[in-house]
Design a protein around this ligand. Structure first.
Ligand code: XIL
Length: 375
């Protein structure tokens, strides 16, 4: 090789090296959850309209960096997507599908059948026959339209009471006990290649879990497909039910289905009940909003340890888990600022109000590094 050629090769190698160093250095500034957990489970976020329309520039950068799945926080719920008997409002959901394609983010449709956020007309239907027609049309129309476009559906959301019995929802009253199986049967034929899930809160708790297992077995016994169960995961600081979660992972996966954590957030403010019944409210009082100007460091650290313990458990059982989805991108956008007490300043997620990673974020990443070392 001539000297000239040699030095050209050296220069080329050096510039390639320095290029890759600088990209690594840039990338290392903030690790990416979806990259860190890419061999373990998908990482999702709930998305609101502003984020779907990319009207929030910081969210528009952060979401594709950190997440590979998204669940619409509201726009696929019946009251929005199906406001009148014959009227469907597909535009927002179509935008989300486009957003997903563009950013390599798979979409979990949320949700076909849920007693909450139902359109007014559906609540007013009196005859069982008409209600059945609404139920059938609703699932067929929406599941067909997004077949092959969404990766998965929360086919039925929150059909159970805390004691594991069936909730006396309008669906149960009008259609009887089998409505869950029927919803999956319809979804299976309307969306043959879409993953179909049952989703609930507190279904890691023993009594509700037992009801959930019976429900899943019933669907399976009818020869109808169910691919997974979603545990919402609206938990509380210092009270993560790790033992119940672990037992649930083992018991649900024994049914031959995947487990998803679908709406993860950790409440740091006072609440006098557990779970996520959206119709439950608490009276407002200044004492219920103690940290309007920032979360004290001691609580940041406790939040970080709770998230670390949770992710250590997820990693231990990663073979059973398909996805972990946070219910929101950053603290400022979390529904827990408005529920069950309006106007609070809450801190349940991994990114703060400026989209900066919190100590809990770094603890989650550290948990994975530790897991790799101990393997
Ligand atoms: C919540 C949304 O985050 C809020 O914006 C909306 O006002 C009420 O619903 N369980 C679910 C989610 O399955 O759909 C709920 O989302 C939170 C509880």
């Amino acid at each position: 090789m001539s000297n000239k050629l040699k030095s050209a090769v050296v220069i080329l190698c050096m510039s390639t090296l320095s290029f890759s160093f600088s990209t690594i250095a840039l990338g290392q500034k903030t690790p990416s959850l979806k990259e860190v957990f890419k061999n373990d489970f998908a990482i999702g976020t709930a998305m609101n309209t502003v984020q779907i329309e990319e009207r929030d520039p910081k969210a528009a950068i952060l979401i594709p960096q950190q997440f590979n799945m998204a669940t619409p926080e509201n726009i696929m719920k019946a009251e929005i997507i199906h406001p009148q008997w014959d009227t469907y409002n597909f535009e927002p959901a179509d935008k989300l599908i486009e957003y997903g394609k563009k950013n390599n983010i798979k979409i979990n449709g949320h949700t076909l059948i849920w007693h909450s956020q139902l359109p007014g007309f559906a609540r007013k239907i009196e005859s069982a026959d008409s209600f059945k027609l609404f139920f059938t049309n609703h699932i067929n129309t929406i599941a067909r339209r997004y077949s092959g476009k969404v990766f998965s559906w929360d086919v039925v959301n929150e059909a159970l009471n805390e004691d594991g019995t069936m909730r006396k929802s309008v669906f149960l009253q009008k259609l009887g006990d089998d409505f869950v199986t029927e919803a999956f049967r319809l979804a299976q034929s309307a969306a043959p290649n879409t993953q179909l899930y049952y989703n609930d809160y507190n279904n890691e708790q023993p009594a509700k879990r037992a009801g959930c297992i019976s429900l899943i077995k019933k669907i399976q016994a009818a020869g109808v497909r169910i691919d997974g169960v979603g545990i919402q995961g609206h938990w509380h600081l210092g009270k993560i039910p790790l033992k119940d979660i672990e037992e649930s992972l083992v018991q649900y996966s024994a049914l031959g289905i995947k487990v998803m954590f679908t709406e993860l957030d950790i409440e740091v403010l006072q609440r006098n009940f557990q779970g996520a019944d959206v119709s439950q409210r608490m009276n407002n009082a200044a004492s219920l909003n103690p940290y309007p100007n920032g979360l004290p460091d001691s609580l940041q650290q406790r939040l970080a340890s709770d998230y670390a313990a949770l992710f250590a458990l997820f990693l231990k059982h990663k073979d059973k888990i398909a996805r972990v989805t946070f219910w929101g991108v950053n603290d400022g956008q979390s529904w827990l600022n408005g529920w069950p007490v309006p106007g609070r300043t809450n801190y349940p997620l991994l990114f703060d109000r400026n989209f900066e990673p919190k100590p809990a974020f770094y603890k989650v990443i550290e948990t994975k590094e530790k897991f790799n070392k101990e393997k």
